[in-house]
Design a protein around this ligand. Structure first.
Ligand code: ADP
Ligand code: MG
Length: 727
């Protein structure tokens, strides 16, 4: 009798079972029934085959129109050419020395192969064929939806289809599916969802597109609910592990910081600050995502929270993604605190604390001194890069971890950081890239979100334009004139390039995971900082003070050049994306992004944020060779047209694959998410989230819902849930 846990070796032959396991990771009946068709073949598709690329592996449905066998010219043997069509379109199948008695004119079949082209016509060489049941009326194929399964080298779509038929026709398996429904009956009733067994059946045997849609909706619920229960359970578990309450103390560093700020806090900063202060004051470890537009003033919010923790006797760590940014934060905070940040020094204030910078590039002596301050607790505010997480770094009493600019944190790293506190520290993750609600609910599902919507008053704002150099070559010259004009007014400029130059190893430059289109090998290499700086100095920007900044400089060099720029000793900084995040020079008002199409949407938004930081209006010019009407050109125009971070986040999500967002290339296998779309299923995910919360509230441990509990356990088994942590 077939059961869901039955090994596929009991269903199909050993060889096929092994291939299914090795090539498709299908081991049991359960895996097989969840191996969904990737599409459904219907008649009339061949006309669209022209969209196919040579090299694609596809399966098509067609009718044999012509069979022609002849001897080969230069070799022994014969060649058989079969023309198949599906109405309007047709393609050719080529077989060598093959007997295809059944490939008779009029027969319908599925043909799978790798698309090649011969004299301009698409063809399959030696395709796999599956002739359809001859007893069926040909008209039926006109409307039928034949499931096409993700196949592999030795497991074809129809082998999968046959195996599934064996399974789904077995009443025992159907009964088990009925019983194994992870979505509890009351939830199904509330949302009008069909039973799992029915959905699985329909997904594999739909008669209409509507069947597929209804089955998908129901199956997505499985995925969303299991995911959301996992996340809710994790939030709950984290909240049960006590941390240390660090309530706000009047008259301490936190009050001093407020007194020292050269500006009034915005209402948003004040509100968010109060929420954080209250949570840090509780024993339950805080877990917050602070999302705020570029320039909305997140750093100050973080500093106030850090000061509160210092006042309560703890230490706070601020983690930055780059050395440039870490150094800038340390400098900014130390500058603001003045003597209060130099406790223990001659001119320091004994009431204050110490601000300590810890990065990988510190020299041995400086590093040793920094480590000592961190370990004995003199350093209340520790700013650093990933180096903070390394073995030798010990804190006396780590009370708060602030992660700036959306660091990608692995589960091990988070645990390592947690372990550095005697009890779990409070955690604040800050990001300038607004996160679509669905992503916040899934990828960031264990972080509750706070949002800073308001920018500090008196900001000039930034306007953006695309400079399409192919179509409007003169505009580039105009762009450099604009740079000269701004510099003449006492302002400064950035020029950003995707590459450093001089054949650097890959690594810096646009981050593909961030949505930059995959590089086309045929394209010229991206423009490089060193080349562009050279050309500008000798040409359009001659006479200006042009400096370069990139990741290959030493930390001291980078630091020195950033400082020179901040002190207006440099007019134009030609840089890679090292300036992408957080760099704060309010006097810089123009940015020219070269090869803008090589950057992802959120990267461009981040970059542009560098020139929207002061009272003067900013200008961002996106220079690209992409044709205005190409999809890339359209994307750039969209970026230029809006500064609404939420709209851009959506655009970003559209231009990258879901798998990237979920943090694993094979998200389907790893996360259990096959059908759910972060882009299109916002409502469903929100509903599942609220159901998950309800289920855990009344039924902790899911005792009443063993099937749901089992599905959650399966998701959490091994490393499968890791991606959830990469927030
Ligand atoms: P982001 O949120 O992008 O990290 P920052 O914290 O770097 O932004 O702040 C951007 C700039 O705005 C900084 O120069 C900061 O000093 C300034 N700033 C922050 N809050 C205010 C405020 N309430 N009023 C005026 N300027 C502010
Ligand atoms: Mg910042």
């Amino acid at each position: 009798m077939l059961a869901l846990d039955t090994a596929l070796t009991k269903v199909v032959g050993d060889r096929t079972a092994k291939a299914m396991a090795d090539e498709l990771q299908l081991h049991t009946v359960r895996d097989l029934v969840r191996h969904y068709p990737s599409r459904y073949a219907r008649r009339g598709e061949m006309t669209r085959l022209t969209d196919l690329q040579v090299g694609d592996r596809v399966t098509v449905l067609g009718q044999v129109r012509k069979v022609d066998t002849r001897p080969m010219k230069n070799r022994r043997g014969s060649i058989t050419e079969v023309t198949v069509g599906d109405g309007e379109g047709s393609m050719r199948l080529v077989f060598f020395n093959h007997k295809h008695a059944r490939l008779a004119v009029g027969a319908w079949g599925l043909f799978a192969g790798t698309v090649s082209s011969w004299h301009g016509q698409l063809q399959f060489n030696h395709p796999d064929c599956q002739l359809l049941d001859e007893s069926t009326d040909a008209d039926e194929w006109a409307t039928a939806m034949l499931p096409i399964y993700p196949a592999s080298k030795s497991v074809s779509s129809w082998v999968l289809q046959k195996s599934l038929k064996l399974v789904l026709d077995s009443p025992a398996a159907a009964d088990q599916l009925l019983a194994a429904d992870p979505v509890p009956a009351p939830v199904r009733r509330r949302h009008g969802l069909m039973a799992l067994a029915r959905a699985i059946w329909l997904k594999h045997h739909p008669e209409t597109p509507d069947d597929v849609e209804r089955a998908d909706h129901r199956l997505k619920w499985d995925e969303a609910l299991v995911l959301q229960v996992t996340l809710a359970a994790r939030r709950r578990a984290a909240s049960l592990e006590p941390g240390i309450a660090r309530p706000r103390r009047p008259g301490g560093l936190a009050d001093a910081v407020d007194g020292l700020l050269p500006f009034d806090l915005t209402d948003g900063q004040r509100e968010v600050g109060e929420a954080l202060a209250a949570e840090i004051g509780r024993e339950q470890p805080m877990h917050r995502l602070l999302q705020g537009e570029v320039g909305s003033g997140k750093t100050v919010v973080a500093l106030r929270a850090m000061a509160q923790v210092v006042d309560a006797g703890g230490q706070a760590a601020l983690l930055a993604p780059t050395e440039v940014l870490a150094a800038q934060h340390a400098r900014g905070i130390a500058g603001l605190l003045g003597p209060l940040g130099r406790a223990g020094e001659l001119d320091g204030d004994a009431e204050g604390t110490r601000v300590t910078l810890l990065t990988g590039s510190l020299r041995t002596a400086a590093r040793r001194a920094a480590l000592a301050e961190v370990a004995d607790g003199r350093a209340g505010i520790v700013v650093g890069t990933h180096a903070l997480l390394s073995e030798g770094v010990e804190f006396a009493d780590l009370g708060l971890v602030v992660v700036d600019e959306q660091h990608r944190f692995g589960v091990e790293q988070r645990d390592r950081l947690r372990a550095k506190g005697q009890r779990p520290p409070h955690v604040l993750v800050m990001t300038a890239t607004p996160i679509p609600r669905t992503v916040a609910m899934t990828v960031y599902g264990d972080l509750e979100t706070l949002t800073l919507r308001q920018l500090p008053a008196g900001r000039g704002g930034v306007s953006s334009s695309v400079v399409p150099v192919r179509e409007k070559p003169a505009w580039l010259g105009r762009a450099w004139e604009r740079v000269r004009e701004e510099v003449a007014q006492g302002r400064q400029a950035y020029v950003v390039c995707p590459r450093i130059g001089d054949d650097e190893p890959a690594g810096e430059g646009p981050d593909d995971a961030d949505g930059a289109p995959a590089g086309d090998a045929e394209r010229r290499p991206p423009l490089a900082v060193l080349d562009v700086a050279e050309q500008l100095r000798g040409g359009p920007l001659a006479g200006l003070r042009v400096e370069v900044l990139h990741g290959r400089l030493t930390a001291e060099e980078k630091e020195a050049r950033m400082r020179a720029f901040a002190q207006r000793e440099v007019d134009v900084l030609v840089a890679t994306t090292v300036i992408e995040v957080g760099v704060d020079v309010p006097n810089a008002t123009v940015m020219v992004v070269m090869d803008a199409d090589r950057f992802g949407v959120s990267q461009l938004h981040q970059l542009r944020g560098r020139v929207a930081r002061g009272k003067h209006p900013g200008l961002c010019l996106l220079v690209s060779e992409a044709p205005v009407s190409s999809s890339t050109g359209v994307r750039l125009a969209q970026v230029a047209a809006t500064t609404d971070g939420f709209e851009l986040a959506r655009l970003d999500l559209e231009t990258r694959r879901e798998g990237d967002v979920l943090g694993a290339a094979q998200s389907g296998r790893r996360s259990g998410v096959k059908l759910l779309s972060l882009l299109h299923d916002e409502e469903l995910i929100a509903a599942a989230r609220s159901e998950a919360a309800g289920l855990l509230e009344t039924d902790l441990g899911l005792a009443e819902h063993p099937e749901l509990a089992a599905a959650v356990a399966a998701l959490n088994a091994g490393d499968r849930a890791d991606w959830l942590e990469r927030a």
